[in-house]
Write a protein that binds this ligand. Structure first.
Ligand code: 5RP
Length: 220
């Protein structure tokens, strides 16, 4: 069971990684929302943030955090984001909130990725959470057939349009025994914009909160 106190505890711990005057990459989701609120109220003062979604941009702007364009910042020192699942290698499933493509871009452009989550997100093997795949709208049915061919059960997240104007397919039933191979394989399907497997670029540090505190795992 997901716990809001766990999310808050993980978010608060992540503040310790933020340096005064830095430019921060900021992810999307309810855990990150706690982080944004805490950053604005009790965190060090930063130069600005590169945001991974319109939702996070709106929240940060309302709290007075300046939003910067990744095209003008260069690489970032730190990215803070949540996850839907993590294994012990800190490979992740992300995209439950639909922001996977921009999240993958900002994670890729950051030297260090701190993932914050409540403790229930730690799993032995990835794949219980349906894997989100962002697709170009005209390719949706074609990509769905390809995903079926990989053994998955694709489900169109109907009514959802991503910040990039695309659609999302959630794929249940996949056996993800080799996350990097599957990430490459799905990304190679024409029409796929991004798969929500963050295996090639997983997290560097995972902060898992629960009612009692925070467990830290580091990428080996
Ligand atoms: O990948 C994401 C959004 O695209 C989120 O990080 C993920 O869905 C976790 O969200 P939450 O913190 O609300 O549990």
């Amino acid at each position: 069971m997901s716990s809001d106190t766990g999310k808050r505890n993980a978010a608060r711990e992540a503040l310790k990684f933020v340096e005064e005057g830095s430019i921060l990459g900021v992810g999307t989701g309810s855990t990150v929302n706690h982080f944004i609120d805490m950053l604005a109220s009790e965190g060090p003062s930063i130069r600005g943030a590169v945001s991974s979604s319109d939702a996070s941009t709106d929240r940060m702007r309302k709290l007075g955090i300046e939003i910067l364009d990744l095209n003008s910042t260069g690489d970032l020192d730190l990215y803070v984001d949540g996850a839907d699942e993590s294994n012990r290698l800190l490979q992740l499933i992300k995209g439950g909130g639909g922001a996977l493509t921009r999240e993958k871009i900002v994670a890729g452009a950051s030297k260090r990725f701190i993932c914050i989550a409540d403790h229930s997100k730690l799993v032995r093997a990835l794949g219980e959470f349906p894997l989100p795949v962002e697709v170009i709208p005209m390719a949706r049915s074609f990509v769905a057939r390809q995903l079926k061919g990989l053994g998955g059960v694709p489900h169109w997240r109907e009514g959802v349009t991503t910040d990039n104007g695309n659609q999302i397919i959630d794929v249940a039933g996949l056996t993800i025994s080799e996350p990097i191979k599957l990430e490459d394989r799905i990304n190679a399907i024409p029409g796929v914009v991004t798969v929500g497997l963050f295996a090639r670029r997983g997290a560097d540090v995972l902060l898992l909160g629960d009612e009692n505190g925070v467990e830290r795992l580091d990428r080996r």
